[in-house]
Design a protein around this ligand. Structure first.
Ligand code: NAI
Length: 335
């Protein structure tokens, strides 16, 4: 029986990298019945629905999605559909593995970077509660709850426990946001106490940013509220070669939606040069979630082979290949 999966091409480079990832998954030996669901800025503007019901219905049927990026207007316009989707399906854990790939020359190529970011995905300043009190005075509400903080901490520690990871670092700004980030930290400490064999430490987010750049190899599991998790994810991507290669998963108790860390990259959209690695590695996370471990391993090792050979890589990581050429090379490496 093929697995039903919702494929959301999205905006900008989304359709290009989604189609590349689909081809690679289909060549990995697994049978997927793709249900294509459109979700992009044009559709949202046309229908006036910030989260079209058709997308939610499809994900309710399949329970698993592979999603391209969707653009969000800056400083006005409709609210982020990405945030809306995560809240609507209660995809509370944003999991982003950040690994060095062979053959990529980054500033940090002499060290092995192997960290996993666990970002709380449903609240914090992403509550979208903003208010203009009087002209030129605006407040935004940072929401931190015990429920959401405990469950992301449990998710991170359980993952660390199952995979034999050694250390969890909670990242915060509780010296300033004593109540909000203070609550987040108390929840992390409470969960950490249940896993005494896993080393637990805490870093203030500004110091953590510096340490990540100075000593990225010392980080293992990172546990963060929503906003810091978003920012630190892009910083971490920069350590291993950029946004083109870092995958992600939005996990809930009933649904899972896999997507790259990167956005719609309007500056390179339609040129056929986007790097589909992040989307392909998101598909590897999806195959692992579906327990298709052999297909996941084949796709992961094919991507690594292409990087190790230093041929057929895209411009963002120093190569010259198009999206299509990279994808052909990955598929060839699987056969
Ligand atoms: P971005 O991630 O789209 O691009 C940042 C830089 O990285 C650009 O120079 C881009 O060309 C490059 N880049 C990103 N992905 C790449 C890839 N696969 N291959 C090669 N180069 C790549 O971030 P930006 O420009 O801040 O955001 C653009 C739009 O994407 C915004 O509307 C934003 O709201 C949206 N966005 C959507 C996300 C999602 O759907 N989950 C996540 C992040 C941003």
């Amino acid at each position: 029986m093929p697995y039903p999966v919702t494929l959301i091409p999205g905006d900008g480079i989304g359709p290009e990298v989604a189609s590349a990832a689909r081809r690679a998954v289909d060549a990995s030996g697994v049978s997927i019945e793709w249900e294509i669901s459109e979700l992009n800025a044009e559709l949202i503007l046309k229908t006036g629905q910030s989260l079209p019901q058709s997308v939610v219905d499809s994900l309710d049927r399949t329970r698993v999605g592979l999603k391209g990026p969707v653009a969000t207007p800056i400083g006005g316009g409709f609210a982020s559909v990405n945030v809306a989707l995560r809240k609507r399906l209660d995809l509370y854990a944003n999991v982003r593995p950040v690994h060095s790939l062979p053959g990529i020359a980054s500033r940090f190529s002499d060290v092995t970077i192997d960290m996993v970011i666990f970002r709380e995905n449903t609240e914090d300043l992403y509550s979208g509660i903003e208010h203009e009190v009087i002209p030129d005075v605006v407040t935004g509400i940072k929401v931190i709850t015990r429920t959401a903080s405990i469950r992301i901490a449990e998710y991170a520690f359980k993952f660390a426990d199952q995979l034999g990871r050694k250390k969890v670092t909670a990242i915060h700004k509780a010296n300033i946001m004593k109540l909000a980030d203070g609550l987040f930290l108390r929840c992390c400490r409470e969960v950490a106490a249940r896993f005494p064999h896993i080393h637990y430490n805490e870093l203030i987010v500004d110091n953590a940013s510096m340490q990540l750049v100075m000593r990225p190899e010392t980080f293992d599991i990172l546990l963060l509220p929503n906003l810091y998790g978003d920012i630190v994810s892009d910083l971490a991507a920069g350590l291993v070669g950029g946004l083109g290669i870092v995958p992600g998963a939005n996990m809930g108790d009933t649904h899972a939606v896999f997507e790259a860390v990167h956005g719609s990259a309007p500056d390179i959209a339609g040129k056929g040069i986007a790097n589909p690695t992040a989307m392909m590695l998101s598909a590897v996370l999806m195959l692992t979630h579906l327990k298709e471990l052999e297909a996941a391993r084949r796709l992961q090792s094919a991507v690594e082979k292409v990087y190790a050979s230093k041929k057929h890589t895209t411009g963002d990581v120093g190569g010259h290949a198009s999206t299509e050429e990279f994808t052909d090379a990955v598929i060839a490496a699987m056969s």
